[in-house]
Design a protein around this ligand. Sequence first.
Ligand SMILES: [Zn+2]
Ligand SMILES: [Zn+2]
Length: 273
Amino acid sequence: MSYSSRMDVYSPTHITLLTYIRSASSCSQSQLLKVLAKIIRAIEPEVTTASQSPVEPTITKEVLDGYISAINTKVNPTGFKIAKYRDQVSGTIYYIFISTVSDAITKSNTSYTPPEIDSIKKVIDDIIDQDSFVYSLGYVNSSQRVGQTLNKTARESNMFLTKLIDDGWFELTEEDRIVLSGRSICELKHYLVERYGLYGEDVEKGKLFVCQQCKELVTIGFKCKENSCAVSFHAKCLDFYNRLHDSPRCPGNCNFEWTEAGRRLGVLPETLK
Ligand SMILES: [Zn+2]
Ligand SMILES: [Zn+2]
């Protein structure tokens, strides 16, 4: 029996894989492929013996996703799932264990007090509300925002902000700016879209962009130069789009050609650590 033929069964392999993903704040796809191979070798040794392979079995992305989808079927009724997201700059795929309830920001973070959650929401407000689509906030401003909300000293605020970065909410750029982490964007996608709206649907209010190519939020990438046009891309997604089209006219019915640089969204990718 091969491991792929057992994927419809919820086995100890699934449980161990789920435990691993839950305990890590995020794991890359390449890392998880190796982890799954190790788990299978440890738990289902007959699989590796049968294939006479002295090393761990080679796990394909499809096999990994088969396990993930079986786990999701099991955990969905409890309000959780393993989600997959692509890093906006590197394109690396990550897997994270997240809450599926709409107020995920509160429900999945029981380790924070309600005022602390409130301070996180305020920092996110400030990050998204910045002019010129920079989607980032200076470290000092972020710390002050936390301090005001929680009535903390500057030192305490800095410590709390550092904890939020360590816990994976935010990332700190080399220019000391706070940005939303890839994990937060994935986990809070519905919250963010509901609260800040999509550009173009409501030009006055909409503050967020969805990538034309991968349909995920873009906080680091490019927007069409035409002011009213909401078309945007991640840098890697734009490369892909330009390779597919000889004369890459903007899909937003405007005259912009995407061989020209679009308007920058977010921080310079090279400032991300
Ligand atoms: Zn994209
Ligand atoms: Zn356009």
